[in-house]
Design a protein around this ligand. Structure first.
Ligand code: NAP
Length: 271
């Protein structure tokens, strides 16, 4: 199933903040007709403003279009997800697919709420999906069929790349991918500032920083050189590499530990 196959599916996007807006943008860019997308936000005015901006329809959770969509994409704050799914559940039917983009809310918790036969999927979103360059780890619930997987794969292809993980790995994914752009931006910011200090225009300095990072990533993706071998291609060292490596490892690890602790609290010790 490719992204073309999405054009006859109906989508409900619940929670229209950063991620909800990215989902609308990418689905429209992939050719899903605006008439097949409904959106719902706790802030009704915000939902209506987004609907007007994108040409989609704003609804409430109780509207039929919200609960009969083929794919229901949940992108509110994590603590709102169980209640949203709870209120949709009595009207969900076999064959529908619910995809939660929220951190912290486990597949088991979602599966406990959704009625039998409704496929439940969890994705850890990544903001570069806005330009189709995200990396969105996905975990499938027990009721996900081959058809569910193909459909969700097609949705994720509109956002960029994806990798299947176990639900237990999602808290690692927060620091590894979900929030990682936030950790990498200061690196680019520092590089851009140094470009400006060298006399480049802000736009040129930004381009140099971004292209150097993108080029490095492409080298990692497109060769099987080890990290040491790639480092040897540029003998001059400009940072304390051991410290930088440790910094990023610790950042992802501490994000995971933080998520584990909040999740335990939210789920009352039950995962
Ligand atoms: N942004 C990222 O890079 C990122 C990365 C990893 C995971 N995530 C996950 O993605 C989800 C969305 O993140 P975000 O950055 O898009 O958050 P956001 O910008 O705060 O957007 C969430 C939106 O959902 C609305 N909302 C809250 N409760 C709702 C309800 N019951 N029904 C409908 N809408 C509701 C919020 O309205 P109010 O503001 O009025 O409450 C807000 O407009 C979160 O669960 C987060 O864990 C995001």
């Amino acid at each position: 199933m490719n992204t073309n196959s999405l054009s006859n599916k109906r989508f409900a996007i619940i929670g229209v903040g950063n991620i909800g807006r990215i989902l609308i943008t990418r689905l429209l860019a992939a050719g899903v007709p605006a008439g097949q997308i409904v959106i719902c936000d706790a802030d009704v005015a915000r939902g209506q403003a987004s609907a007007a901006e994108f040409g989609v329809t704003a609804v409430t959770l109780t509207d039929e279009a919200a609960c009969t969509a083929d794919l229901i994409l949940l992108s509110p704050a994590p603590q709102a997800v169980p209640a949203v799914l709870q209120s949709l559940s009595p009207r969900l039917r076999q064959g529908q697919v619910v995809v939660s983009f929220a951190a912290l809310i486990s597949l088991a918790r979602l599966e406990n709420i959704a009625p039998p036969g409704v496929a439940v999927v969890r994705v850890m979103p990544n903001a570069p999906s806005l330009v189709g360059a995200g990396l969105n780890p996905v975990a499938y619930g027990a009721t996900a069929t081959q058809e569910t997987r193909e459909l969700v794969t097609a949705v994720l292809a509109t956002l960029g790349d994806s990798i299947e993980v176990q639900d237990e790995q999602m808290n690692w994914c927060v620091g590894l991918s979900g929030a990682a752009m936030r950790s990498l931006l200061p690196v680019l910011e520092g590089m851009a500032q140094s470009g400006e200090a060298a006399g480049l225009s802000p736009a040129a300095a930004r381009r140099v920083a971004a292209q150097v990072m993108a080029g490095t990533a492409v080298l990692v993706l497109n060769t099987d050189l080890s990290f040491s071998e790639m480092k040897a291609l540029t003998p001059m060292q400009t940072v304390d590499e051991t410290a930088v490596t440790q910094l990023f490892y610790d950042a992802a690890r501490s994000a995971k530990d933080k998520m584990d602790a909040i999740q335990l609290k939210l789920e009352g010790g039950v995962r």
